[in-house]
Design a protein around this ligand. Structure first.
Ligand code: ZN
Length: 314
């Protein structure tokens, strides 16, 4: 039976590339694991942040584009992205975010304490302490391995039709519904990271795509053969999956679930060391072979960015 292990990656839209790097690498301490371009629009960066090896279930990716209008978080989107931090590290993160003037709020959901905040573009993020998932060995700025974000805990889906989204999670992706608390239904997958997905049952306003919103959420497939089976299954279940697309670091199909959220299914292999060594991930601008001839032109068009330790950490 087809079953996903959980989240593969989440992709969002923002306005400013440097601000994006300063926040996700500088403040949150994630590793910039890939600096490439939007394969469909090469004049726009595609930045990837994850754990030290960019494992599935740790990777958030961004299309930073200055001219993009601001979106609105709402139904038909991933509303909140959740990250796992090691047990006992919540006080560290509370004071770290405060140091960088980021407001936080504490929420309890399903008996867990969540520290919620916004990134500079308004994306909703939260941190939760859990034992699961391997320690992230990437250390940068003021974040050491014992407090580093391990990867995704999961996400909160703002579905326009929560019961339809429940159906796709349970009957297609094969997550298990493990309970309801207030407005939230909770689903669990088997992976060690990115395995907990909540659906908010009481939807807010309709989401508008744009800067500061999540573009899509991707689920894990084992390999390309598995992805082919996923595609057939989606077809059989009445969805309209795209053709398989080659994203260099994984292969993927996309489909809209009936709650309006763009879902992707992406293969674990080959991963982010396919075009540069693990030691050098994210340093150079990486281009797919078909754009290599345009490198000079692209490097001139794209705004210069750098990975840097922030003032507050010096
Ligand atoms: Zn994707």
């Amino acid at each position: 039976m087809q079953k996903t292990a959980g989240l593969h990656h989440i992709t969002a839209m923002v306005n400013d590339a440097q601000r994006n790097i300063d926040f996700y690498a500088g403040v949150l301490g994630l590793r910039l694991i890939k600096k490439t371009i939007n394969f469909d629009r090469p004049e726009v960066y595609h930045l990837y942040f994850g754990n030290e090896t960019g494992d599935p279930g740790t990777v958030i990716t961004f299309f930073p584009w200055e001219k993009q209008l601001k979106g609105r978080i709402g139904t038909g989107q991933v509303g909140v992205t959740s990250y796992i931090i090691p047990k006992g590290s919540l006080p560290f993160w509370e004071s770290r975010l405060k140091k960088f003037n980021i407001e936080t709020q504490v929420f309890i959901r399903f008996g867990e304490k969540y520290l919620k905040f916004h990134d500079p573009d308004g994306l909703q993020l939260e941190l939760v302490e859990r034992d699961e998932g391997p320690i992230n060995l990437w250390e940068f700025g003021g974040v050491q391995a014992e407090t580093a974000i391990k990867g995704f805990g999961g996400a909160i889906l703002y579905s326009a039709q929560p019961h339809k989204t429940t159906e796709v999670l349970e009957n297609v992706l094969r997550l298990e519904c493990i309970g309801q608390e207030g407005d939230f239904l909770r689903f669990k997958a088997e992976g060690h990271l990115g395995n907990t997905v909540d659906i908010q049952l009481n939807p807010t306003v309709r989401g508008l795509m744009g800067a500061g919103t999540v573009h899509h959420i991707a689920w894990r497939a084992k390999d390309e053969e598995d992805l082919l089976r996923w595609r057939l299954l989606l077809h059989d279940k009445g969805y309209y999956p795209t053709e398989i697309r080659d994203r260099n670091y994984f292969k993927a199909v996309y489909f809209h679930e009936e709650g309006g959220i763009l879902f992707e299914i992406a293969t674990d292999p080959p991963g982010f060391s396919v075009d540069e060594p693990v030691d050098e991930l994210g340093v150079k601008l990486m281009l797919p072979s078909w754009l290599e001839s345009k490198r000079e032109e692209l490097e001139e068009t794209l705004p210069p960015v750098e990975l840097r330790v922030l003032e507050g950490d010096k």
